[in-house]
Write a protein that binds this ligand. Structure first.
Ligand code: NAD
Length: 292
């Protein structure tokens, strides 16, 4: 798992939340140097702690042979975006908000070498629009990792309108080296996976909102009745309810089709700060259950 390679000598990750920290951890596990940037030291310390916990679990299971300190030694944590200046690939994994992402892309475009590749881990936002915020649209693409990154095999690669073949091929080679499976999507709202998944999660929320069943029964129904490993409400909590709402808004806005309208209950949860597992409460209460 520690083979070093030179497709991209150094990689930057912007945003050290659930996804950014998972992406950085996996890249470092495969021997790559990574610079992780987030807005402040508190978030970065939390990211480091969550990586330590995840790496330790993978070591216990025999999936990683190196020590936690060797892997974390390849990661530089920084609250200054300027520390990404020399990276050859930047993967943006900041909050699912178009304006935030456009600002980050503009800054990265000005900061990085003109040959550097800029990728977004967005779940739904137009790669073409992010690329248009830069002067290098050929070198911009989507790399949509799944959560949790160290365990989930799939990465959805999204080609913007002007992304060139060599950008897609270089990134696909990197993804193969870190043992991810890839699928390729055109750049339409939600790409492949979330275009199919989010309407189902939203419908589960409407089922709860209209009082058709309890959260437990909705999830049990889908787990035991359709063989899903997680129930839809549990999965929405796991993804983050703010992220789910943002994705549904992108789908609704992108297709102008009422089938994507976000459930009012989801909106109320997000407005109340109940964002799911990451804040301790969403459709379920996680405050008493450490590690659920
Ligand atoms: N949660 C999932 O299951 C999942 C799965 C696939 C893709 N994604 C996508 O990954 C991205 C991140 O999602 P997440 O679940 O990690 O969210 P999160 O809320 O856990 O983390 C987002 C991080 O971005 C940081 N951030 C916000 N603005 C920033 C800026 N200007 N510069 C640097 N950092 C900034 C925040 O401080 C936070 O730490 C989103 O685009 C999301 O759609 C999420």
């Amino acid at each position: 798992m520690s083979e070093t390679h030179t497709i991209f000598k150094s990689i930057g990750v912007v945003g050290a939340g659930q996804m950014g920290s998972g992406i950085a951890q996996v890249l470092a596990t495969y021997g790559l140097s990574v610079v992780v940037h987030d807005l402040n030291e508190t978030v970065l310390s939390k990211a480091q702690a969550s990586m330590e916990k995840s790496i330790s679990k993978l070591i216990e299971k025999g999936k990683i042979r190196e020590t936690t300190s060797v892997i974390l030694g390849r990661i530089k944590f920084s609250s200054s975006l300027e520390d990404l200046a020399k990276v050859e690939l930047a993967i943006e994994a900041a909050s699912e908000n178009k304006e935030i992402k456009k600002i980050i892309f503009r800054k990265l475009d000005a900061l990085l070498a003109p040959t550097a590749v800029l990728a977004s881990n967005t779940s739904s936002i137009s790669i073409t629009e992010l690329a248009a915020a830069t002067k290098r649209p050929k070198l911009v693409l989507g790399v949509h990792f799944m959560n949790p990154v160290p365990l989930m095999k799939l990465v959805e690669v999204v080609r913007g309108q002007l992304t060139d073949d060599s950008t897609v091929n270089r990134v696909a080679t990197l993804l193969a080296l870190i043992e991810k499976q890839t699928i390729f999507s055109k750049d339409y709202a939600g790409f492949i996976v979330n275009r199919i998944l989010m309407p189902m999660l939203n419908e589960a929320m409407f089922t709860l909102y209209e009082g058709v069943g309890t959260a437990e029964d909705i999830d049990k129904g889908m787990k035991l009745g359709t063989n899903h490993p997680m129930g839809p409400l549990e999965l929405a909590d796991f993804i983050g309810l703010d992220t789910c709402l943002s994705i549904l808004e992108v789908l609704y806005d992108g297709f102008k089709d009422p089938k994507y309208r976000p459930c009012p209950l989801l909106k109320n949860y997000v407005m109340s700060g109940l964002l799911g597992k990451k804040t301790g409460r969403g459709f379920y209460d996680y405050s008493q259950k450490a590690g659920v």
